[in-house]
Design a protein around this ligand. Sequence first.
Ligand SMILES: [Zn+2]
Length: 312
Amino acid sequence: MKNTFQEALKNKDIKAIRESPKSDLHNHCLMGGKLRYMEKFYGKKIDRFRNAQKGIQSINDWIVNSYRPVFDKTGAFDQAIAASFLQAKSDGVTALEMSMDATIPGLLNIPAEKVISALQYYHKEIAPEIVFSPEIGLARNLPVRLLMASVEPYIGSRYFKSIDLYDDESAQPLQNFGKIYRYAKSMGLKLKAHAGEFSDAAFVKQSVEILDLDVVQHGIAAADSEEVMKWLAKHNIQLNVCPASNIVLKRTKSYKKHPIRILYDNGIKVTVNTDDVMLFGKGNSEQYLQLYKCGLFKAEELDEIRKNGLLP
Ligand SMILES: [Zn+2]
């Protein structure tokens, strides 16, 4: 039988690549949609994300200065969720793990139940065919007491399936999040955290060990250590990699130079993901095509990577 995804890559047919089922397992909900969609709703121009020299700090600056004001308009929260589901649907995503920050209820003055009902509503309205696994997002620069208080209503709802930790990797020691992660595990959540985006290979291993992670978001720094890669492969730790994000944030020069190849060659289960379409501008279909066109992977290998994300 002809493999349509592989054929689509070989023909460089973006439309056919989009039509192939795929996952997106590293996606931050309120920034998962197209910027143009939010601009249309806002009725004003929103600055493009440009000055990425300062990594995570650049993102936080953009959120505060350019994106946060959009949320002063009634309905912005709903529209941002809708934009993320529309983007996923248009890209042929069939398995979506998308995080909602735990402090959103406090920040936008929306009760946790309303946050959950908005996710449920737009999933059902826009893309009921997508297997959607809602994820709790935690910013690691916030006090642990605030994070714990914020995750309780989310976890208590039994709606969320996984938990993730992001923002500046050096913000505070990993041990500080141990209690939250033990609680999340006891409630049956899948444990994920960003690691090795800007830090080193040792931090990727420490994150898995200290937080008992099932999956690492990014994890690309592991490519610098054969020992850590061996360890990750042995423990079957999946890395949800985001090539476009890594390039825009200057973590790597190009698709051709991206360390995902080294990780793959060392037997680590990798997936391709968007991170923030609003900032980095690329859906997963475009990223698969870029990884193929630059010669980093063969079509058969990208198909294997695509299928990694579709496994339960
Ligand atoms: Zn991320």
